[in-house]
Write a protein that binds this ligand. Structure first.
Ligand code: SF4
Length: 56
């Protein structure tokens, strides 16, 4: 099995790189409302309880 030692977490979904496979030209983009973003505490829980135990 391949070892994955790099994790990138996007904090918001408003990326301006506009990669074609993620945000195709002309596609209607529906962004998540700010109140639905993960909180700092939720991100820390994800890291501590999911990703770190998996070996990241
Ligand atoms: S795939 Fe490209 S457009 Fe989509 S989030 Fe990543 S960098 Fe941004």
């Amino acid at each position: 099995m391949n070892s994955i030692d790099y994790l990138r977490i996007s904090l918001i979904d408003r990326c301006n790189f506009r990669c074609q496979y993620c945000m195709p030209e002309g596609a209607e983009l529906n962004y998540v409302w700010r109140q639905d973003w993960l909180s700092r505490e939720e991100i820390l829980i994800l890291l501590r309880e999911v990703f770190i135990p998996l070996g990241f």
